[in-house]
Design a protein around this ligand. Structure first.
Ligand SMILES: [Fe+2]
Length: 337
């Protein structure tokens, strides 16, 4: 009799614990879901189910391909398979997810392996996805404010020297396109873009009649022009940035063969960011009108890049830049400006 009541007590405790876990899972404002080895949904909490606008019964047994656009589902499958294959978790992956109402949400997802109790083998995955759309939106607003502040700074430069302003903007766009084509991540592309937005600000202290002088410059004038690199470095020196702006800007007139300035750096001494900035700078200068001469055009720019390819300019970067020229770079600059 005593044994029977102990057994019942144990069953009641297990049931109580199960209810508590379910209650906890269903009240957490994160999507929590369990999948088997074929990435089919085995169970999910209320928050996850609400995202689809379907009852749980219609979700169980389905896969991400039943709910998400193909490309997104493929990525989710790849992540699940990685966890199944390696038994390693994926922690805090930032991604976008499509809801049943057609809206895209910014989310952060963690996926971890589920183990078989007895054999310890990986039998599935557990995912936790947190909606961070509100945070992402506020970040986007802050980012917009920062970029617009830079635009205002550029407009101040434009009041004095419209050509330098336009040049800086165009170079930044070309740099961004090259870095994206190479496959850099968002943060590195942004860092380069911001460096490009600042790279010629040092021209602000050069007299306009020298900056815009038609014809050949004499040596003292050329030395003054060259000084814009140091001027710009002085502007940003001592300001704490989480990106090596000063290195990139100080190297944007350096050339791989050592023929550049101010230091005559060679090869690997020049960062990849500075190499992209150099190619973009030359390209933009040649395809745009300057106050002292008409635009030289894309053919001349092509000749210059091909001639300097692997000598003055980085081969891979030149090849991406040549592709950009082939895709009507002038139209692209017009559209993105
Ligand atoms: Fe420059």
């Amino acid at each position: 009799m005593k044994k029977k009541s102990k057994c019942r007590e144990k069953k009641e405790t297990i049931a109580l614990e199960r209810d508590m876990y379910k209650e906890l899972l269903d009240n957490i404002p994160d999507a929590i879901y369990f999948k088997d080895r074929k990435n089919r949904i085995m169970n999910a909490n209320k928050f996850y189910v609400r995202g689809f606008g379907l009852p749980l019964e219609k979700i169980i047994g389905k896969t991400d391909f039943d709910f998400f656009p193909r490309e997104q589902a493929e990525q989710m499958f790849a992540d699940d398979n990685y966890v199944l294959r390696t038994a390693r978790p994926i922690v805090g992956k930032i991604e976008k997810t499509l809801l049943h109402n057609g809206e895209w949400n910014q989310v952060i997802t963690t996926k971890m392996p589920l183990y078989d109790d007895k054999k310890g083998a990986v039998v599935g995955t557990m995912g936790i996805t947190r909606d961070m759309t509100a945070y992402a939106n506020s970040e986007a607003q802050r980012f917009k404010m920062l970029m617009n502040t830079i635009l205002v700074l550029g407009r101040a430069v434009e009041l004095r020297d419209p050509y330098t302003f336009k040049h800086i903007r165009n170079v930044a766009i070309i740099c961004e396109q090259i870095a994206k084509t190479i496959g850099w991540d968002e943060d590195r592309v942004l860092g380069l873009r911001l460096a490009a937005e600042m790279h010629d600000l040092g021209k602000i202290s050069i007299p306009l009649d020298i900056l815009n002088k038609p014809g050949k410059l004499n040596d003292p004038e050329f030395q003054l022009i060259k000084g814009h690199v140091e001027n710009c470095c002085n502007l940003i020196k001592g300001i704490d940035f989480p990106f090596p702006f000063i290195d990139i800007i100080s190297q944007h007139h350096e050339r791989l063969d050592g023929s550049g300035y101010p230091k005559g750096l060679k090869g690997d001494e020049i960062s990849t960011e500075a190499r992209i900035l150099a190619v973009s700078d030359v390209l933009e200068s040649m395809i745009s009108h300057r106050p002292y001469r008409a635009a030289l055009g894309t053919n001349k720019a092509l000749d210059e890049l091909k001639e300097g390819c692997g000598i003055k300019y980085d081969k891979e970067i030149v090849s991406v830049a040549i592709d950009l020229i082939g895709h009507n770079i002038e139209e692209m600059l017009h559209e993105l400006n």
